[in-house]
Design a binder for this molecule. Structure first.
Ligand SMILES: Nc1ncnc2c1ncn2[C@@H]1O[C@H](COP(=O)(O)OP(=O)(O)OP(=O)(O)O)[C@@H](O)[C@H]1O
Length: 236
C-alpha cells in the first residue's frame, strides 16, 4: 500500500530483531498478548520489554501470578538481566496475597479493583510498562467466558486510561477470547523443520501498524532472546 504513515508513538521491546519485525516496536499505551508453549521464553521476552523500559527511566512492573518472585529473580538474573529497577508484584499461590484466594474461590474473576489498588500503592499513577504473567491463571478462575471477557476489558481499560501503560499479557497456547480483545499478539513456538526442533516467533496481529508476517527463528542464549529478522526458519 502506498502512502501509509505511522500515526502512533512506538516503543522498543528490548529485542532488536523483534523490533525490526514490528517496524520499530509496540504502540505505546496499548495491550499485547505473548502466547507460547512451555519453555518457549514468554517470561524472558516480557523481561526484555521491562528492562528496556527501566533503562529508559520508565516505571516498569512485573506481576507474577504463578512463579514466586525469588524464582523469577534467580532465573532472570542468570541471563544477566538487571532487575534492580523492575518492580515485581508477587501474587503467586505461595505469596499469601488475598487476591489469590479470591480468585481460587471462583468468586470474582479478575479483580480489577484489587489490581488497581495494588498498582496504585506500589507505583502511584505513573506506570509505563506492565507485564501480567500469566492471564491463564485468571482465566481458569473465572466462572464464565462472559465474565472473563468483561473483566479483561475492564482491566485493559484501567491500565490504559488510568495509568497510560503499555501492557503485555502472557498466556499459554490455545485460542481464547483475549486474542480478539488485545491490540496485538505474538506467538512463540517450537516447530519441526526437517526433523529438527527450531524456535519460531510470529506476529499474529498488530492493530495500527505494518509488521513482518513471516515466522522468524529465535534463540534463547545466556543473554536472553535473540530474533533473526532476516532469516527464515529453514535457514537456521
Ligand atoms: N542460559 C540459557 N541458555 C539457553 N536457554 C535458556 C537459558 N536459560 C533459559 N533458557 C531457556 O528458556 C526457557 C525458559 O524461558 P521462560 O521461563 O521465559 O519460558 P516460558 O515460556 O515463560 O515458560 P513456562 O511456560 O514454563 O512459564 C527454558 O526452558 C530454556 O529453554
Amino acid at each position: 500500500m502506498n502512502g501509509g504513515v505511522d500515526l502512533f508513538e512506538k516503543i522498543p521491546t528490548g529485542v532488536e530483531g523483534l523490533d525490526v519485525m514490528l517496524k520499530g516496536g509496540l504502540i505505546k499505551g496499548r495491550t499485547y498478548l505473548i502466547k507460547g508453549g512451555p519453555g518457549t521464553g514468554k517470561t524472558i521476552l516480557s523481561m526484555h520489554f521491562l528492562v528496556e523500559g527501566a533503562k529508559r527511566g520508565e516505571n516498569v512492573v512485573y506481576i507474577t501470578l504463578e512463579e514466586p518472585e525469588n524464582e523469577v529473580r534467580e532465573n532472570m538474573e542468570t541471563l544477566g538481566f538487571d532487575l534492580s529497577n523492575v518492580t515485581i508484584v508477587d501474587l503467586s499461590p505461595t505469596s499469601g496475597h488475598p487476591i489469590f484466594s479470591s480468585l481460587m474461590g471462583f468468586e470474582s474473576g479478575i479483580d480489577v479493583k484489587t489490581f488497581e489498588n495494588i498498582l496504585q500503592d506500589i507505583i502511584g499513577d505513573n506506570i509505563d510498562r506492565v507485564v501480567i504473567d500469566s492471564i491463564t491463571m485468571l482465566k481458569v478462575a473465572t466462572p464464565t467466558e462472559t465474565e472473563y471477557r468483561a473483566s479483561l476489558l475492564r482491566l485493559m481499560r484501567t491500565l490504559k486510561v488510568k495509568f497510560n501503560a503499555t501492557t503485555v499479557l502472557i498466556s499459554e497456547l490455545g485460542n481464547g477470547v483475549e486474542d480478539y480483545l488485545v491490540n496485538g499478539m505474538i506467538e512463540l513456538r517450537t516447530i519441526e523443520v526437517k526433523g529438527r526442533a527450531v524456535r519460531g516467533i510470529k506476529i499474529v496481529k498488530m492493530r495500527g501498524s505494518d509488521f513482518d508476517e513471516t515466522i522468524r527463528p529465535y534463540r534463547i542464549t545466556n543473554r536472553g532472546i535473540e530474533v533473526y529478522p532476516d532469516l527464515s526458519v529453514f535457514e537456521v
